[in-house]
Design a protein around this ligand. Structure first.
Ligand code: PEP
Ligand code: MN
Length: 355
């Protein structure tokens, strides 16, 4: 997707992090304007506010709808900020196009739905407006990429993505689990795509905004997308994950932005060391696979099933405990062992199928 261009505004400094901030929802004209004025006073240049709010259950505040477009126009006029809102249907896109809104984003629930994405893409056809696409709620990188492709196929060139975490399957301390390896893989495959991090929706708690933003910067993300409210505790939606504009200014001011890419001698030496360790790791893994295949032949000969659940459970608990003793994370070791085991099983199944 080499024809993709970054979201860039002529008079907004092109350095990390590019920050987009504003309330989860535009609630009233006053709340929208006060939040924007205080953000503008802190030097922020791009304002977000949701007009149509996707809510898990009916009966909550579902946004002010197109009535709020004029409030965003007023923000733009009074503060000079660029303004962004979420579109979830073709109807929203049509309402917003040509209205003075500078930037659109697609929400996580919409990205997960290819029909909705295609309808929005069709509505955007022939318009020149930048679009940010949030990850789908489920950890499916291909679905995320598919959504980006639909927008690009509609002729939109200025495209970026927002990492907002994934619905956790177990309680994790995050509202949406970051699963950083997914945006990292996306960066690897499409280095031209700008990546924003949404620490509000990942963390679900305002205390997590600073550490998550720092992590995103350390991983080379381009920008931040942060829910900011003039009176966070009174917000009509996502109250716990919003901060006041002044708090956001402080958080952003305290971020360590590390830009050096040139390697030093120390780093070169350590990398050589890592490369040698990786050589050994790979040789050991190959050796392990060879033995696993031998075991597979043995099982076949004796008519045993490939999966020996008890043995696998024992191996997992013994090795994760050993990892912890060696100062490594149990969950990390568990996923390494699972990946290795999955491949061993695949190899043994192949052997079983051989005539
Ligand atoms: C939002 O940004 O307000 C929003 C609804 O986010 P998400 O789509 O990530 O849940
Ligand atoms: Mn929100």
């Amino acid at each position: 997707m080499t024809d993709i261009e970054p979201i860039r505004f002529a008079d907004v400094a092109d350095r990390r992090p590019l920050v987009i901030a504003g309330p989860c929802s535009a609630e009233t004209r006053e709340q929208t304007l006060e939040t924007a004025r205080r953000l503008a006073a802190g030097g922020f240049r791009i304002f977000r506010a949701g007009l149509w709010k996707p809510r898990t259950k009916p009966g909550g505040f579902e946004g002010v709808g197109s009535e709020g477009i004029d409030w965003l126009r007023q923000v733009k006029h009074e503060t000079g900020m660029y303004v962004a809102t979420e579109v979830a249907t073709a109807h929203h896109a049509e309402a917003v196009l040509g209205s003075g809104i500078d930037l659109l984003w697609i929400g996580a629930r919409t990205t997960a739905n290819p029909f909705a994405m295609q309808e929005i893409a069709d509505a955007l056809q022939g318009h020149d407006i930048p679009v940010l696409i949030k990850n789908p709620v489920n950890p499916d990188l291909e679905l995320w990429i598919g959504a980006v492709e639909r927008i690009r196929n509609a002729g939109i060139r200025r495209i970026g993505v927002i990492h907002r975490g994934f619905t956790p399957i177990a309680r994790s301390g995050y509202r949406n689990h970051p699963m950083w390896s997914i945006p990292i893989e996306l960066r690897h495959r499409f280095p031209e795509l700008q990546i924003f991090c949404d620490p509000s929706h990942i963390g679900g708690r305002r205390e997590l905004i600073a550490p998550l933003s720092q992590q995103a910067m350390d991983l080379g993300f381009d920008g931040l997308f942060v829910e900011t409210h003039c009176n966070p505790d009174e917000a009509w939606s996502d109250r716990l994950q919003q901060v006041a504009p002044e708090t956001l200014a402080q958080i952003v001011g305290e971020l360590a932005i590390r830009e050096t890419t040139a390697a030093t001698d120390d780093l070169d030496r350590l990398r050589t060391e890592i490369d040698k360790i990786d050589d050994r790791l790979l040789e050991l893994l190959a050796e392990r696979m060879r033995v696993a295949c031998e075991i597979g032949r043995c099982k076949k000969e004796h008519g045993m099933p490939v999966l020996q659940a008890r043995r696998y459970e024992e191996l997992l608990s013994r090795r994760t405990a050993q990892a912890a003793e060696l100062g490594m994370d149990r969950a990390f070791m568990r996923s390494v062992l699972q990946a290795i085991h999955e491949e061993s099983v695949r190899q043994q199944m192949r052997i079983l199928d051989e005539k």
